[in-house]
Design a protein around this ligand. Structure first.
Ligand SMILES: [Mg+2]
Length: 231
């Protein structure tokens, strides 16, 4: 029976793409650059590939925060003060959020039903903490685990070990992770020996050889999975 729910944040509880678009557009305008959809899509792709390099342990957090913008501004042929831009971007990103599938209400419901819920996220601690407070998840979750504070990102097993050690009376059999990323959430959950639920709202084909125990298009499908999971 599932008792512990580990939630990814960006791209799962919150719609990261819309936040990214909003934050990047406003920062580009602030730097005197007119944003286009193509630019935003390019940045999004670059950013994703950089975070995957962090997941693989190839780059540190500080390196990716700066280098993603170096690559981006090179690509669009603009010169800006990268460190100033990156600071403005982090601030903008922390100031805006959009829920997926009325996720806050779902988490509130799970809380009332007695599930223990935890945030497990790769990201910048100050940005994630502010976003979690503003979006109110902070007050529903039993605890919040941010890679930046733990010192290792998902899918690293050190990350999961820290999470498991911090949960009272923890048992792997009673635990599920829900996330949109096969490389960090599902692979991490596979290696950590817990159940894995892939949130795949756009119905994409899995491009990685991982064990997907459950796949959902809408977060509320989880209700059925958790109710059927009585062993
Ligand atoms: Mg995610």
């Amino acid at each position: 029976m599932i008792r512990n729910i580990l939630w990814d944040v960006d791209g799962t509880l919150l719609n990261f793409k819309d936040s990214e678009k909003h934050a990047l557009s406003s920062c580009l305008m602030g730097a005197g650059i007119r944003p286009t959809d193509e630019m935003i899509a390019k940045y999004s792709e670059i950013n994703k590939s950089f975070w995957e390099r962090l997941e693989r342990g190839e780059l540190t957090r500080d390196q990716i925060l700066v280098q993603r913008f170096e690559v981006f501004f090179d690509l669009i042929g603009k010169k800006v003060n990268i460190s100033k831009f990156e600071k403005a971007y982090q601030a903008a990103l922390a100031n805006v959020f959009f829920y997926y599938d009325n996720s806050l209400m779902l988490c509130q419901k799970f809380k009332e039903e007695g599930f223990r819920q935890y945030v497990v996220t790769n990201g910048v601690a100050s940005t994630q903490n502010k976003k979690l407070r503003d979006s109110k998840f902070y007050y529903i979750m039993d605890d919040v685990f941010i890679s930046d504070e733990i010192g290792h990102p998902k899918p690293n097993q050190q990350f999961f070990k820290t999470v498991f050690d911090s949960i009272p009376n923890f048992s792997k059999e009673e635990t599920i992770i829900i996330g949109d990323s096969l490389t960090s959430d599902i692979r991490g959950g596979n290696n950590a020996g817990i159940q894995c639920c892939w949130y795949n709202p756009r119905g994409e084909k899995p491009d990685l050889n991982v064990r997907i125990d459950y796949e959902i298009k809408h977060l509320w499908e989880l209700q059925k999975i958790l109710n059927n999971n009585i062993k």
